[in-house]
Design a protein around this ligand. Sequence first.
Ligand SMILES: Nc1ncnc2c1ncn2[C@@H]1O[C@H](COP(=O)(O)OP(=O)(O)OP(=O)(O)O)[C@@H](O)[C@H]1O
Length: 810
Amino acid sequence: MAKTKTKAKKAPRKKVKLPSFKLSNQQKLVLGSFLIILGVVLFIAFLSFFFTGEADQSTLSQFASREIETENWLSKSGAWLSDLFIQRGFGVPSFIFAGLSFLSGVYVLMNLSREKLKTHWFWGILIIIWLSILLGFFGNNNAILGGTIGFEINSYLQDFIGKIGVSLLLLFGLITYLAIRFNLTFDSIASQFNSAKANLKDELSDMKEDLIVPLDNNLSEEAEAIKEAFNVSEKTKTPVETPIQAPLEKVMEPVQTKTEKPPVEAATTLEVKIAEEEDVDEDLEMKVVESQEEVSETDNLANKLVEDFGQFDPTLELGKYQFPPLDLLKQYDTGGITINQEELEENKNKIVATLNNYKIGISSIKATIGPTVTLYEIVPEAGVRISKIKNLEDDIALSLAALGIRIIAPIPGKGTIGIEVPNKNSTIVSMRSVIASKKFQTSEMHLPIALGKTISNETFVVDLAKMPHLLMAGATGQGKSVGLNAVLTSLLYKKHPAEVKFVLVDPKKVELTLFNKIERHYLAKLPDDGDAIITDNTKVIHTLNSLCIEMDNRYEMLKNALCRNIAEYNVKFKARKLNPNDGHQYLPYIVLVVDEFADLIMTAGKEVETPVARLAQLARAIGIHLIIATQRPSVNVITGIIKANFPARIAFRVSSKIDSRTILDAGGADQLIGRGDMLYTQGNDMIRIQCAFVDTPEVEKIVDFIGAQKAYPEAYLLPEFVGEESGTSLDIDISDRDKLFKDAAIVIVTAQQGSASLLQRKLKLGYNRAGRIIDQLEAAGIVGPFEGSKARQVLVTDLIALDQHLENEI
Ligand SMILES: Nc1ncnc2c1ncn2[C@@H]1O[C@H](COP(=O)(O)OP(=O)(O)OP(=O)(O)O)[C@@H](O)[C@H]1O
């Protein structure tokens, strides 16, 4: 309740703040000096009123007449103002108005906190009212003291609560003021009292000390005199000294009690100090407040920037950007799901009959119809072993004469066993229907992806940012490319070009080329690089390493901004709390899509695996997400380290159970029916989804629509990466060359084929040594640079030319 109350109170306050005008420096100078002068004018006029007020009384009614003269030091205006404020207003306390005006001027000129000024005015006005009542109370005979207001309020109050009531009310007002304004509490008053007591004690003991020290000095002087007079030896000293020490100890006693005060008293001394600081060093306190202002100024600066310019809008540069309309997508599933009652009945009967053949009784059966598959949920009779039903997978498939039967025993979270049976006529789930779904349209996810529809015909939307990386695998022709397009299309329909960037790697060179048209809107690439879509293996390695650099840079930025992830960082940046001059900028998400990952690993091996593994392990927090698609999900392609960092996996149909296990760590993908039928897992649960279908012409229309709009001057640039093969290999020292360098050169030139595997075979070398020799051959100008999957070009035509080439080197 209390909370809601405070909230309700705060809301209108903010509204009052909104029209807060901002002043230029010149305006501040003008307004500030005006207020200061007004303060001085009021002060002079009020002061003069006490000398000239009576005489000017009669002239007030003829303000406009120039013939009538007034005595006020500020003439007619002075007389009028002081009459208004003092006579008819608040009396003597009106001087506070002059002070407040003066103070306001100073605040405006020195650009001090407006909040503090408001507080001064608030309390100032309250004091004026209180004082005016107080003076009205005591100055019954002199109405000027409390002004008409003070006088009238007084007489009004006295009529109701009497003189005693008014005086108590005034006292209450004073206590309330002190308590709120100076945080005065009963304890602090008590401690003040204690401190005064302690001070008094200290002073008394000091006085005692002062009295004793001369005594002590005198005594020691006397002792010296005695010593000298009688020339006493060490032994004889004691009797003389004893009477002297005794009074000394006695004298020390009060001093000791002073230092060994009980803890309570120590606390009081501490409080005394604080109280003293508060009382004496008011200026010092002001300094403390100023330093707080400095802190709040940075806050205010952000607030002010937000107030002045609104939140930072990353989409502003392409403010008129239009998201692609739904019409660009084709509607394939207008007819809805087509499964007839007969088919359902038939399948049900067959399932029941098959199970009965094996003496498995069913207590109930339920069918859920999906776009491609119908799920029959059965509850077996008590005592039936689940494994028995699971083993009948092939028999049920045989009796239903259908491929792609999957048995889920039991369905997680339900006490049933599921049998998925493909529909005779599967329905295409069009991209349009999933994009148009409420679930996708209203999703608040960072990177929403509408993958398709589940078995119960619900649109399935997931957040790529949460996955945080996606592995897609499936045999050729089962819907991988369509799946990738569905992912990209989802993001294009939901995210502004400023919010997400794609890095597309397409070794097949045909699947993703379409997206070239939106290079300057949505793609990221290396600086000084031709196409943004990467088809060349060397470029892939450079890009992956560059993404690693981008990742490191982003982590640095996050660290400096004290944020844990990209979402927090961007919120802070939008609220203008991060200064672009300190290297901060709005960070778009980066989605790296790699098609045919197996091909990359085959040709570039570790060079690709290492940065991919690094990105997969670390990039989630800074908004780089990986989508990797592959046909061959063998263990040397999807290595343990990559797999461990890709909890979200999609499996299209694969040819064997082993492949299914490699992708999903479970069987099932081998029983799918293809054409976009897929299994999705993000940990434990496995969901069967019919992937949304988006055809190439549709994607083309979308990219044409986006490509035709105003774009950024260039693609999002990734940091530059200097490849090792270009940097280190070229300056390989001749003396550092491998012993087999010449032999290798002969092999390469004879075969006219610059490949490391040739050297491995002919010279029986390991991969690493062969690779190093190839690098040395490149440095020597015998073979050309790395060209991805192709063998390097041999630059020396025959063995005679090779001899000449090597001789020239020396
Ligand atoms: N979700 C889907 N709904 C309906 N049909 C689909 C779907 N996905 C794929 N298909 C059909 O399957 C065909 C092959 O799909 P796709 O090109 O995506 O396969 P792929 O796995 O990428 O093959 P490859 O690995 O050879 O590139 C498509 O042309 C289309 O006819």
